[in-house]
Design a protein around this ligand. Structure first.
Ligand code: FCB
Length: 453
């Protein structure tokens, strides 16, 4: 074609992903906590005892967030923020402080706590064991003792009939793998020691405890109330895709850390509860593959140095996808930088939405955590809360990221106004600020209507 007849190419139209990222109908949106981390004064458990002897005062749980007394206020905030679900745990050592002696007042307390959630129309996911043991159980060897699954089952059989009206989903155990890792490998938690045998016994006793309780819960609720565990699932990756050494490391670690408990408890899960926090990359050094240090990686990190890697949640979801439903039972960031938490929420939920689109049956998301709380051996410094706790007076303050989460909940999806903050468009508008003000005003209005001031 002669030069002068060239038709100039039209400027292409800009493309933007304007559609809202919708989540499935009936999706559960909530947060997660655990008793010892928020209640305060759990004086009858092994963690409390260990804190007194092994930790300086600022790393002891003490009054924690005093949620034992302030649960109503906290649940009211969750309600105001539009959460439709909440995951929490009950403290075995309060209910059975001495072997076989159950405390009626504490049972009544938990009835009230759970009722307070149900009265607000919040779906309740209840964890029956979240890391702490009554002292008397620990004194008998804790989870290394072959009798502990029986003790646990006895406790469950005593408490469940009292509270079952207020519970919708049961989590038997929280993160058995993390418990074993911190106790026997890192050796930084109560009862820490080097013992392969102790490790194996603990693993097997935890699987047995889960199976017993699963069977019992199914015998009393044949028609519903799903049962599962909350498992810490890591995203493993190789540095070089072609390195067989790295691929083997990925495969073995995935098998041991992510799948082993499920393999040993096959057929006793109505859902998979996934706690997602970590991404690990293996790099070969000769014939071995080593974990790459997080700071060497290119992603941002949280205040705890944990890599922010949203793609990882897509990877673990697809790795574990089969036909049973999945709940993200924990996922959160320790950060005093709330902009970072906003970005975290939007980008992780975007990856979850991608997983759902690719066929993974995800039914709910529980951000860790509703309020700042006691982060085990690390004390109170890590700030995971959508709501800040001022530890000088225990006052609660809603963080802006809580309102971003509310925006997502109200839309049952991520609106474009939020997606643009992680780069879905390049135009900068004050949309987020406007929306936050609107939600803030709605909440204030409600409060004024209730309190008159
Ligand atoms: C998980 C625990 C939870 C909390 C978060 C940050 O591994 O289940 O209690 O400590 O980490």
């Amino acid at each position: 074609m002669p030069q002068d007849e060239t038709v100039p190419l039209k400027r292409p139209k800009e493309r933007h992903d304007h559609a809202i990222l919708k989540f499935p109908e009936g999706f559960l949106w909530g947060t997660a906590t655990s008793a010892h981390q928020v209640e305060g004064n759990n004086i009858n458990n092994d963690w409390w005892e260990w804190e007194q002897t092994h930790q300086p005062p600022h790393l002891q749980s003490q009054a924690a967030c005093d949620q034992y007394n302030r649960y109503d206020q906290d649940f009211e905030l969750a309600k105001e923020l539009n959460h439709n679900a909440h995951r929490l745990s009950i403290e075995w050592s309060r209910i059975e402080p001495k072997e076989g002696k159950f405390d009626a007042a504490e049972i009544e307390h938990y009835r009230k706590v759970l009722k307070a959630l149900k009265d607000r129309g919040i779906t309740v996911m209840l964890t029956l064991w979240h890391f702490t043991l009554p002292k008397w159980v620990a004194d008998k060897g804790g989870w290394e003792n072959g009798k502990t699954p029986e003790y646990f089952e006895r406790f469950v059989k005593r408490i469940v009939p009292e509270i079952s009206d207020y519970v919708d989903l049961w989590v038997t155990l929280n993160e058995p793998g993390v418990y074993i890792y911190e106790t026997y490998i890192e050796k930084i938690w109560p009862h820490s020691k080097k013992s392969l045998l102790g490790q194996i016994k603990t693993f097997l006793n935890l699987t047995s405890a889960h199976k017993r309780v699963y069977k019992y819960l199914h015998s009393i609720f044949p028609a519903g109330k799903p049962v599962g565990i909350a498992n810490n699932i890591l995203s493993f990756e190789s540095y070089h895709k072609h390195s067989i050494v790295e691929q083997i490391a990925v495969c073995l670690n995935d098998m041991f850390a992510n799948h082993l408990f499920y393999l040993f408890t096959r057929g006793t899960h109505d859902f998979l509860g996934i706690n997602y926090y970590f991404h690990v990359r293996f790099k070969s050094q000769g014939l071995v593959a080593k974990r790459e240090d997080t700071p060497k990686q290119t992603h941002d990190i949280s205040d705890l140095g944990w890599e922010i890697y949203p793609e990882g949640i897509f990877e673990v979801l697809t790795d574990l996808s089969d036909h049973i439903p999945i709940y993200i039972t924990e996922c959160g960031i320790a950060s005093t930088n709330d902009d970072r938490r906003n970005r975290f929420l939007i980008s992780y939920l975007q990856e979850i939405s991608r997983a759902i689109k690719s066929g993974v049956n995800v039914r709910g998301f529980f951000y860790w955590s509703l309020i700042d709380n006691f982060e085990w051996h690390l004390g109170f410094e890590p700030r995971f809360g959508l709501i800040e706790v001022d530890y000088t007076n225990l006052e609660r303050r809603i963080r802006p990221s809580a309102l971003v989460y509310t925006d997502i909940i109200q839309n049952n999806g991520i609106p474009h106004s939020l997606l643009r903050f992680i780069g879905h468009t390049v135009q900068a508008e004050e949309v987020l600020e406007k929306r936050q003000k609107e939600i803030g005003k709605e909440i204030d209005k409600k409060r004024i209507a209730k309190t008159g001031s």
